[in-house]
Design a protein around this ligand. Structure first.
Ligand SMILES: Cc1cc2nc3c(=O)[nH]c(=O)nc-3n(C[C@H](O)[C@H](O)[C@H](O)COP(=O)(O)OP(=O)(O)OC[C@H]3O[C@@H](n4cnc5c(N)ncnc54)[C@H](O)[C@@H]3O)c2cc1C
Length: 452
């Protein structure tokens, strides 16, 4: 490591990784008077997905998702703007027409972030791969889902059997996951309960599952649709790492008509109360949060295009009006077991000088990642000034996401993006979905704290 690191941290903060989260963290800390040394390994070392040497490069889509005030992604944008996000400033400056979404000219956007950070008098950018966790504090680790192998190894060594794990089950957990596939998440209030029935296989485990029953004919049509569906193109480096126990539905479907019915869609141990019989196949939905506002489609990890997921999965009985809070996707994704390791300030339990942010913590998405970086930048600067780090209100989109990753069940922790299902319910229930969302968004914006 260069001596800049030591110079930079006598009064300052180290940030490792100049992606969405790291760039935002560096900016926020520097704006609060801290000297920041930002380490980015590109262009000396590239990830398999990044193509340029720019900071905040968008590796895939140029869409930052919905900009509508009634959508939780739209709410997150407004919160980040209120906090003075550099990522949002650059995004607005380089927006391209995309209906109700905020999409950007990716090159101009990344160039703008790079220029702003390069010009900042308190930020020094060093192009170097960091291979071990530095001794200096505070340090913000923002190396993303494609964290370099050497640093990922150092993190794994550090976290396996991590002594600060309060959870007695932690010794059973591999605290750094390599995870290839995620299943869609559906809004609980969009599931037709007159069709989907609550039951666990053989009545084990209470009624935490909803089951969408299928007849032979419905199953056959569904299987044919999956087999013929369009898939998201895959990077060559991602193609070979499926775990046999976690295969995408389209891979299973290609193995034959019954593969899904003997796999994630097996109906054994489930009796449909309306027919008194076992269905031919089922799609199981598992509670994703305690409030029951989100359900995960069990075993439905997939790389079907989003439009195809919407079209085909809505043919499942009970899911005709399914509202997808997160789509299934597949890519290499290194992330820590945040519920075991992280505080809501983004600090590591037991070593509060280390902050972990971005997709590495199990949040999913460009702005969700930038948001966690924002909070860490604010808190690292506070730490340096001897002030207590802040926790964001759980009624805000970003606060609820961070709360979720820090308090989810560590045993089946999966990446998550902001969505209204994470927010605590309103004091007065509102039936209309649109009005409920508007009320949740209004409450969130009222509760956004002044972080200056
Ligand atoms: C193939 C793929 C496609 C994706 N598509 C989308 C999408 O369409 N929309 C979406 O919202 N999200 C997408 N994501 C998720 C996306 O990665 C995150 O939303 C976002 O980029 C995460 O921000 P981050 O700052 O955590 O990580 P990144 O933006 O990846 O930033 C991490 C940075 O750390 C650097 N780095 C890594 N290791 C080291 C090291 N040891 N030393 C120094 N620097 C290091 C990297 O070069 C990189 O610049 C995709 C991810 C992948 C892998």
């Amino acid at each position: 490591m260069t001596d800049l690191l030591v110079r930079g941290t006598q009064t300052g903060i180290i940030v490792i990784g100049g992606g969405l989260a790291g760039s935002e963290a560096a900016w926020q800390a520097a704006e609060r008077g801290a000297d920041v040394c930002l380490y980015e390994m590109r262009p000396a070392v590239f990830t398999p997905a990044h193509k340029t040497d720019r900071l905040a490069e968008l590796v895939c889509s140029n869409s930052l998702k919905s900009d509508s005030p009634d959508d939780c992604h739209g709410l997150l944008k407004r919160e980040l703007t209120a906090y003075g996000s550099v990522i949002m400033t650059a995004a607005r400056a380089h927006a391209v027409p995309a209906g109700s979404a905020l999409a950007v000219d990716r090159d101009a956007f990344a160039a703008e972030v790079t220029a702003r950070l390069t010009r900042h008098p308190r930020i020094t950018i060093v192009r170097e791969e960091i291979k071990a966790i530095p001794e200096e504090r505070p340090v913000i680790i923002a190396t993303g889902p494609l964290t370099s192998e050497r640093l990922a190894g150092a993190l794994r060594d550090r976290f396996v059997n991590y002594p600060a794990s309060a959870d007695p089950s932690a010794d059973l957990l591999d605290l750094l996951y390599f995870y290839d596939a995620i299943s869609p998440v559906i809004a609980g209030d969009s599931i037709d309960r007159t069709v989907a029935f609550a039951a666990s296989r053989y009545n084990k485990g209470g009624d935490d599952y909803l089951n969408c029953p299928m007849t032979r004919e419905e199953y056959r049509l569904f299987w044919e649709e999956i087999r013929a569906a369009e898939l998201t193109p895959i990077h060559s480096f991602e193609g070979t790492r499926y775990f046999e126990g976690c295969l995408p539905v389209e891979v299973l479907a290609a193995r034959g008509e019954d593969a899904l019915r003997f796999g994630p869609m097996k109906p054994v141990g489930l009796i449909d109360p309306r027919t008194g019989r076992q269905p031919y196949a089922v799609v199981q939905l598992r509670l994703e949060n305690r409030e029951g506002t989100m359900y995960n489609m069990v075993g439905f990890q997939t790389r079907l295009k989003w439009g195809e997921q919407r079209r085909i999965l809505r043919t499942v009985p009970g899911l005709k009006s399914a509202d997808f809070l997160r789509y299934g996707s597949i890519h290499r994704n290194t992330f820590i077991n945040a519920p075991t390791l992280l505080l809501e300030t983004m600090q590591l339990k037991g070593d509060p000088g280390i902050f972990l942010v971005g997709q590495l913590t199990g949040v999913e998405g460009y702005l969700d990642s930038a948001g966690t970086g924002l909070l860490a930048g604010v808190n690292a600067a506070r730490l340096l000034r001897g002030e207590t780090p802040v926790v964001l209100p759980e009624t805000t989109a970003l606060g609820s996401l961070i709360r979720h990753i820090c308090h989810a069940n560590p045993r089946d922790f999966q990446p998550m993006n902001v969505n209204f299902g994470l927010l605590p319910p309103l004091d007065e229930p509102i039936r209309s979905k649109r009005e409920r969302r508007q009320a949740l968004a209004a409450r969130a914006l009222r509760d956004v704290p002044d972080l200056s």
